[in-house]
Design a protein around this ligand. Structure first.
Ligand code: SF4
Length: 259
């Protein structure tokens, strides 16, 4: 697939991941071809049919790489579970992301731009699965830095302790949680986030965090589907961060609508 031809309805953030995916696919095909071509003459010395047999295997492998990339692009563009979406999520998270991060580093792309693009691609694949999730099987996971630093109440452990003063995003998030009857937890780090997930056993997680934490969270939680929503950091990282509550509302309404 060409790296420049993108379906028109793929949003810009996902487009970067799709472009890098196409580029990575070309590299994989080139490596497969070189792996066949370089030892080709030596293979003929072992058996005259060997270059042809190995060539067929290499063509099949290249075809799988090209078809897989095409299917991923189509799934993302159409937002439908066409074929093996869960498996494709595995390929994206476990194989493509590290390769794409390496390619991005080599060509000098900003790490966070790649992560934003990965999160958008992951969200698209999760939504494509059109899961049926009951409200009590959804967990909204928030970072503690979303709470105002000088708030006297500590909402870690129980978000409903919030006094609803409205000085930080917690108020809006508690309102959305009540609106959809979904569980909300505030975690002070990755270890606590994992503990909450193990305890609550959700079927789907809607996580708010920065690019780095969302990317590692999505990787660590697989096969549990995670929808990632980026926080905003007007005062720098990990301090009085903010989230657009309407994005959480929209994501929840989409997931719950699928029931
Ligand atoms: S909205 Fe809740 S958590 Fe935020 S500052 Fe007010 S009382 Fe504290």
């Amino acid at each position: 697939m060409s790296t420049t031809q993108q379906p028109a309805n793929i949003p810009p953030r996902k487009r970067l991941f799709v472009t890098l995916m196409g580029f990575t696919c070309l590299i994989v095909v080139a490596i497969i071809f070189l792996a066949w071509w370089i030892p080709n003459r030596g293979l003929a010395n072992i058996h005259p049919d060997l270059p042809r047999i190995v060539g067929i295997i290499m063509v099949v492998l290249s075809g799988i790489a090209i078809l897989g990339t095409g299917l991923l692009v189509l799934t993302t563009a159409l937002g439908k579970d066409i074929f093996l979406t869960r498996f494709m999520r595995l390929v994206v998270i476990k194989f493509l992301l590290p390769v794409i991060e390496l390619v991005g580093r080599i060509i000098g792309l900003d790490k966070d731009r790649i992560r934003q693009s990965f999160i958008a691609m992951n969200n698209s694949l999760v939504m494509s699965q059109r899961m049926t999730v009951k409200p009590d099987r959804i967990l909204v996971l928030l970072p503690h830095c979303i709470q105002l630093s000088d708030c006297e109440i500590k909402v870690t452990g129980d978000v409903h302790k919030c006094l609803q003063c409205g000085r930080c995003s917690i108020k809006g998030l508690v309102d959305v949680g009540s609106k959809y009857s979904v569980d909300i937890s505030v975690a002070t780090g990755g270890t606590l986030a994992r503990k909450v997930i193990v305890e609550k056993k959700p079927k789907l997680v809607l996580a708010v965090a920065c690019e780095r934490d969302l990317t590692s969270g999505i990787k660590d939680c697989y096969p549990l589907p995670v929808i990632g929503i980026l926080n905003e950091r007007p005062f720098g990282p990990c301090f009085n961060t903010v989230v657009d509550v309407s994005k959480i509302d929209h994501a929840l309404s989409q997931v719950l609508e699928a029931i």
